[in-house]
Design a protein around this ligand. Structure first.
Ligand SMILES: Cc1ncc(C[n+]2csc(CCOP(=O)(O)OP(=O)(O)O)c2C)c(N)n1
Ligand SMILES: [Mg+2]
Length: 332
C-alpha cells in the first residue's frame, strides 16, 4: 500500500491489529494463569484465529448481534466486551461478565450485542437465526452473526438454520471458523470432502471461502454480507480457513496428537495473523514507536484486569440458588 494507504484503510488496519493483539495477549496471559493454577475454568484458546473475530466485528455496528461457542474469548473482546469482566469470569468472581457462574464457555455482553456463547456445538447457529427473524419482524436493521467451528457443520442444526434463513431471507451471517479439527479429529477423517462452503449452495445461501488469517479479507467479505443482509437480501455463509495453535482445550500445544500437527502448526505459524497485521501497518509507513505504545497499553490493560480479578469477591454463598429457578432473587 505504501504512501497510498488512505486514512480509512489505515484506521481499519490499526483497529484490526489492536483487536487481534489484545486477543492474543489476553489468551497468552490466560494460558500462563491456567498453568499457575489461578484460572481453573476449562479454556479453549483462540490463539491463531484472531483475524476472524477482529475482521468480522470491525464490519459490525455496536447494535448488531453476535453469538459464539466454546472458543469465544476472541469474539467477546472483538465485539467490545469488557476485558476485566471476562478475566474476572475466568476466575469465577462475582464481578465477572456472567456473575462468576459461567466460566470461559458462557460469556455474555448484551450491552455490546454479544447475546451469548454456548459450548453445545452448533447451539447458537439457530439462536442467531431467531435473533435475525426478530430483527426482520421489528424492522430494526440489525444483523446477527453466529461464529462456529468446522465441527458444527456436521450437526443438523447447521443445515436447518441455513435452510430457514434462506427461505425467509433473514439478516444473518454464518461464520464458520474452519481450523480443520473437531477436538482431535481432522476434517478429512470426518467428511468425504473438504467442501463446507458448498453447503451454502445446497441451501440457497451465498457462500465464500476465505483466508481466515487475513483480517482485511475477512472484513471485506463481512462488509459485503452485512450490506446484503441490511438490504433485505438474506443470509451469507463465510468459511474462514485458519488454525488453532494450542491444543483443543487448555494451554498445551498437543504436539503429540496425530502425525500432521507438527508440520501443519509450523506452516500456519508462518502466517501468523497478528504479525501480518503489524507488518502491513509498518509497510504503510506507520511508526513502529506508536505500535509499541499500543502494545504497552494492551499489556497494562491486561495486568489491571488480572489484579481486578484476583481482588474481586467470589459470589456470595447465599446467592447459590439465584438464576436456578425463575423466582430467583436477582441477576448479575
Ligand atoms: C453437541 C455437542 N457434541 C459434542 C461436544 C463435545 N465437543 C466440544 S468442542 C468439540 C469440537 C468442536 O469442533 P469445532 O466445531 O470444529 O470447533 P473448534 O473446537 O475447532 O473451535 C466437541 C466435539 C459438544 N460440546 N456438544
Ligand atoms: Mg474446528
Amino acid at each position: 500500500m505504501g504512501s497510498e494507504q488512505t486514512e480509512g484503510a489505515r484506521q481499519l488496519l490499526l483497529q484490526t491489529y489492536r483487536s487481534m493483539r489484545r486477543i492474543r495477549r489476553f489468551e497468552e496471559r490466560t494460558a500462563d494463569l491456567i498453568e499457575a493454577g489461578e484460572i481453573k475454568t476449562p479454556c479453549h484458546l483462540y490463539i491463531g484465529q484472531e483475524a476472524i473475530a477482529a475482521g468480522v466485528c470491525a464490519a459490525l455496528g455496536r447494535d448488531d448481534y453476535i453469538w459464539g461457542g466454546h472458543r469465544s474469548h476472541g469474539h467477546y473482546l472483538a465485539k467490545g466486551g469488557g476485558l476485566a469482566a471476562m478475566m474476572a469470569e475466568l476466575y469465577g468472581k462475582a464481578t465477572g461478565c456472567s456473575g462468576g457462574r459461567g466460566g470461559s464457555m458462557h460469556l455474555v455482553a448484551p450491552e455490546v450485542g454479544l447475546l451469548g456463547t454456548v459450548p453445545l456445538v452448533a447451539a447458537t447457529i439457530p439462536l442467531a437465526v431467531g435473533a435475525a427473524l426478530a430483527s426482520k419482524l421489528r424492522n430494526d436493521g440489525r444483523v446477527s452473526v453466529s461464529f462456529f467451528g468446522d465441527g458444527a457443520t456436521e450437526e443438523g442444526h447447521f443445515h436447518e438454520s441455513l435452510n430457514l434463513a434462506a427461505l425467509y431471507r433473514l439478516p444473518v451471517i454464518f461464520v464458520c471458523e474452519n481450523n480443520f479439527y473437531s477436538s482431535h479429529l481432522h476434517l478429512l477423517e470426518r467428511r468425504a470432502e473438504d467442501n463446507i462452503v458448498e453447503s451454502g449452495r445446497a441451501h440457497g445461501v451465498p457462500a465464500a471461502r476465505l483466508d481466515g488469517n487475513d483480517a482485511l479479507a475477512v472484513h471485506q467479505a463481512t462488509a459485503e454480507a452485512v450490506a446484503r443482509a441490511r438490504r433485505g437480501d438474506g443470509p451469507t455463509l463465510l468459511e474462514c480457513r485458519t488454525y488453532r495453535w494450542r491444543g483443543h482445550v487448555g494451554p498445551a500445544w498437543d504436539m503429540d496428537v496425530g502425525v500432521r500437527r507438527k508440520d501443519e502448526l509450523k506452516e500456519w505459524q508462518s502466517r501468523d495473523p497478528v504479525a501480518q497485521g503489524r507488518q502491513r501497518l509498518l509497510d504503510g509507513g506507520y511508526p513502529e514507536a506508536e505500535l509499541e505504545q499500543t502494545d504497552r497499553g494492551i499489556e497494562e490493560e491486561i495486568e489491571q484486569a488480572v489484579e481486578f480479578a484476583r481482588t474481586s469477591p467470589y459470589p456470595d454463598e447465599a446467592s447459590l440458588l439465584d438464576f436456578v429457578y425463575a423466582s430467583g432473587t436477582g441477576g448479575p
